[in-house]
Design a protein around this ligand. Structure first.
Ligand code: HEM
Length: 210
């Protein structure tokens, strides 16, 4: 059955590509780091909004469960349903939050926030210093978290639950309960959200040039 919409799959693989480019250019201290970061920032903004208005399996409320729900899943007491499992759902939130934090701190460190509204009030030396620190910490934390993400996917593969192909073609098999079709949001809606996210990024860049 269809579980992942095309925009979510495209977002995921673009994000993975940008992440590799950002890590490579960031640790080498050269290359198109800032431009790749602005691209990732746009994608992350898109994904956060899509978590509220997107397809059923992309919505946060669909895959975020209580700690009790996660425990029941880990003990094998919950059936496999379409989309992220309860443990994976929290991992998704951790990854998206860290990526957002990395992008926001990068925007401050790059000086792109200097002309944002009320910057003279909130963009103090302390905020700048904290942003530099956060950017450095997340740069080291993110590869570890992505490593856990890939390890979990490998474990599922070894347990005969191939997730990668589903993230490529959007279709998932082997559900332990029969569920109705997943509600898939339109590509036009995804494009509209992307335009809004792109405008936010462009506004930040435009203000920084003033
Ligand atoms: C070759 C490398 C990668 C592979 C094979 C891979 C594979 C996958 C798969 C199979 C899923 C769906 C998991 C599920 O069914 O619940 C997923 C989701 C996700 N992955 Fe990856 N991933 C890779 C790299 C990355 C990287 C580098 C990042 C972050 C920098 C990342 C972040 C995410 C996020 C945030 C989701 C949730 C997608 C959503 O709901 O929008 N992945 N990944």
């Amino acid at each position: 059955m269809k579980v992942w919409d095309f925009p979510t799959r495209l977002y995921h693989w673009l994000q993975a590509g940008l992440f590799v480019g950002l890590a490579a250019s960031g640790f080498r201290g050269e290359g198109p780091h800032m431009y790749l970061g602005l691209g990732l920032f746009t994608l992350i903004l898109w994904r956060i909004v899509w978590g509220f208005v997107g397809s059923e399996t992309s919505r946060f409320k669909q895959f975020l469960r209580s700690p009790k729900g996660v425990l029941r899943y880990l003990l094998g007491r919950l059936p496999v349903t379409p989309g992220h499992n309860p443990a994976g759902g929290w991992m998704v939130v951790v990854m998206i939050s860290l990526l957002l934090l990395q992008c926001l701190s990068g925007i401050v460190v790059a000086g792109l926030a200097d002309n944002l509204p009320l910057a003279e009030l909130w963009l103090t030396d302390a905020v700048f210093d904290i942003s530099v620190m956060v950017h450095g910490i997340c740069a080291r934390l993110l590869p570890a978290v992505v490593g856990i993400h890939l390890f979990a996917i490998l474990v599922y593969k070894l347990r005969s639950k191939p997730l990668v192909w589903a993230m490529v073609v959007g279709v998932q098999k082997k559900l332990s309960v029969s569920t109705g079709d997943v509600a898939i949001a339109s590509n036009t809606r995804a494009l509209l959200v992307l335009v809004v996210a792109g405008l936010v990024t462009m506004a930040i860049v435009a203000l920084s040039l003033m």
